[in-house]
Design a protein around this ligand. Structure first.
Ligand SMILES: [Zn+2]
Length: 266
């Protein structure tokens, strides 16, 4: 069975959380996220940190729940989400950040053109929010949302991206920071979704979300922060024994997102 919440709902959920306009083609926000923000802050968040680990599906969390302790520790809301077809990276992130189906945002296969329709990066900027995108250079996230009025930090690999994001949190100059990491996706294609290297990569993503959340706790004490863990799609073992994704099957379509509301302390 496919999850009932859709990937088209994240953009509006995040926009609503920080009191910004949603992208103009996006679906409605997830009510539970709005309740979390309202109940925790008594209003809106003034900071958002989104961590995008590529390729971690719902099944992986179901099977290795214990491994996610650093994520669960910093979040209060667990949201099952169905991604879109074909379940490949640029298509799914295209939908995550426009709130629109692939036929509307225009990427319907594994290609990485710049998306022309309204995105969360545009609507946040229109609403006066300062946005940073830290991603691995050449990745979908580095390419498909170019030409926006945001600051791009495109770096060789995950560690560089995470270190930059930690620095950005410490400097506290951005309202919204989006962080994209890809090691797990790389590993499942090279090996299998549960090969030792892939398991290690998943642990890295979970650890790094914990590091980013700890930095928010340490440096954003004056802010009400929404933390988001949002993967783009899942994966399955293909006929050739390697991990793959892109199909309409539960392992690829079902993902799980986590939301945390961290109130200011100062
Ligand atoms: Zn992906």
């Amino acid at each position: 069975m496919m999850n009932s919440y859709s990937m088209t709902q994240l953009a509006a959920s995040v926009a609503s959380a920080i009191g910004a306009e949603a992208p103009n083609k996006s679906a409605a926000p997830i009510p539970a996220v709005e309740h979390l923000v309202e109940n925790t802050f008594g209003g809106k968040a003034d900071r958002v940190l989104i961590y995008n680990p590529d390729c971690i599906g719902l099944w992986f969390w179901q099977k290795y729940t214990e491994m996610f302790l650093p994520v669960q520790y910093h979040t209060q809301l667990t949201v099952p989400v169905a991604t879109v077809m074909p379940s490949v990276t640029p298509v799914c992130f295209g939908t995550m950040y426009t709130g629109a189906m692939p036929a509307v945002h225009g990427i319907q296969s594994y290609t990485k053109p710049v998306i022309k329709i309204d995105s969360l990066f545009d609507s946040l900027t229109r609403s006066g929010k300062k946005v940073a995108l830290a991603a691995v250079e050449g990745s979908s996230m580095a390419l498909i949302f170019q030409e926006r009025n945001i600051d791009y930090f495109l770096l060789p690999y995950d560690n560089d991206v995470t270190e930059k994001a930690l620095e950005l949190i410490k400097d506290d100059q951005y309202d919204v920071i989006v962080v994209y990491n890809q090691e797990y996706d790389d590993m499942i294609h090279d090996f299998t979704p549960e090969a030792p290297g892939a398991m290690e990569a998943a642990r890295h993503h979970i650890r790094d979300f914990g590091r980013l959340a700890d930095a928010v706790d340490e440096y954003w004490t004056k802010h009400d922060t929404l933390l988001v863990w949002a993967s783009d799609h899942g994966n399955h073992v293909d006929w050739d024994g390697h991990g793959n994704h892109g199909e309409y099957r539960e392992e690829d379509i079902n993902v799980v997102h986590f939301y945390g509301a961290i109130p200011h302390r100062d």
